[in-house]
Write a protein that binds this ligand. Structure first.
Ligand SMILES: O=C([O-])CC(=O)C(=O)O
Ligand SMILES: [Mg+2]
Length: 388
């Protein structure tokens, strides 16, 4: 059993939307295809991976370091003991050979992208959905048969007024979502409060609305928004300050009493641990949003989940960023709190298997081997085009 080739291509996921920090006019994403010499049901097993929105394609890192390292590895360095499948943990060690600790940068995105493709191949070789493989390996076989998902949107865009924002949010409720999210911090506090109040007119209550500042605020602004928003009793207040400013998060936690969320821009177990150690976050109500595709993949994510457990946090506190099927599998297989979703945005990489409805804020899972890409028609077309 061996890897015969690894392909990579940067694919655009650009759009006209903006958050408080960036627009997405030049956003792209790496797609990786790991071509194996294994055949199942007459078809060659190819594992596919990509990373989430928000970071640009790390094509250079992939082609210069990570893909050659994996292609050059001996088969006993990447297979399990029995030689019956690839071993994602051993592959992770191969990828990280001669890489110093710390300074994680975006090398974690390159590794996360390959890691997704490895797990897709591993589950395809076992001929099981990945969530089932994960539940069997790490959670005594128990799978959540549906996963909480919330609709992330409410971006700033040139022609979006309050009415259009309300229409967008109503559309998400009509699709079956129970919680929606909107951006803040890209306008003045006064203007953002009008936007929030407009959305509160169309959702059942503040508990059905989350807001996301994308790390835009200094402490003073974070506190001012917190004070103004507290009476709304929102679902959560996300990424108020710089992702690595744990003191800001801790100060905000002392002042803002309602749920908060952060973590999508922390890319390693060690950074996540610093948030838990120094960020003052509350395991009784707060949510962590680490995204495996951006943060060294599922092998590292398992270390992060262990770290959380040691610190009194449950996997149910974790609702990852990114809206992709990989996190959906992890959520169902390892019992996390849910997953993000961006209806109609970041397609075809965002979103779940075709024809899976959202019901009362939950989505079901496709019964196909691997991550489930083959059950998402517009996505598998793009992925296969990279492998060919
Ligand atoms: O706008 C973005 O960069 C995405 C984001 O923060 C989220 O999904 O929470
Ligand atoms: Mg966010």
């Amino acid at each position: 059993m061996k890897i015969v080739d690894i392909k990579e291509k940067a694919v655009p996921i650009k759009s006209e939307i903006s958050n408080a920090y960036i627009d997405f006019s030049k956003m792209n994403c790496s797609v990786v295809a790991i071509v194996t010499d294994v055949y199942k049901n007459g078809r060659r097993v190819v594992g596919y991976g990509f990373h989430s929105n928000g970071r640009y394609a790390p094509s250079g890192l992939l082609h210069e370091r990570f893909i050659p390292r994996l292609l050059e590895a001996d088969s006993n360095a990447i297979l399990n003991e029995e030689g019956t499948n690839f071993d994602p943990h051993k592959i992770w060690d191969v990828l990280m050979t001669n890489e110093k600790p710390g300074g994680h940068g975006e090398r974690s995105v390159a590794v996360g992208t390959i890691d997704m493709a490895v797990w897709d191949a591993v589950a395809k070789i076992e001929e099981k959905p990945l969530y089932q493989v994960l539940a069997e390996r790490y959670r005594s076989g128990k799978v959540d048969d549906k996963v909480f998902v919330y609709a992330a949107g409410g971006y700033y865009s040139p022609d979006k007024g309050l009415k259009e924002l309300q229409e967008e949010m109503k559309g998400y409720l009509d699709l079956g979502y129970s919680v929606v999210k909107m951006k803040i911090g890209g306008a003045s506090l006064e203007e953002d409060l009008k936007r929030i109040e407009a959305v509160l007119e169309v959702v059942p209550s503040g508990r059905n609305l989350a807001v996301d500042a994308n790390g835009r605020f200094d402490l003073e602004t974070a506190l001012a928004y917190g004070e103004a928003m507290e009476p709304y009793n929102l679902f959560w207040y996300e990424e108020a300050g710089d992702p690595l400013d744990f003191q800001l998060q801790a100060e905000l936690s002392k002042n803002y009493k309602n749920p908060m969320a952060t973590g999508e821009n922390l890319f390693s177990m060690q950074d996540a641990r610093n948030l838990i150690r120094y960020g003052g976050m509350n395991p009784k109500q707060d949510t962590l949003q680490f995204d495996c595709a951006l943060s060294y993949g599922l092998v590292e994510y398992l270390r992060t989940l262990d770290m959380l457990k040691e610190n009194g946090w449950s996997a149910r506190n974790v609702i990852p960023h990114g809206g992709h099927q990989m996190s959906l599998n992890i959520a169902a297989g390892l019992g996390m709190g849910g997953n993000e979703s961006y209806p109609g945005v970041f397609e075809p990489f965002g979103g779940f298997a075709g024809n899976t409805p959202i019901e009362d804020g939950y989505v079901g899972l496709p019964d196909v081997p691997g991550v489930g890409f083959e059950a998402k028609e517009n996505l598998i077309k793009v992925l296969r085009s990279v492998a060919e």
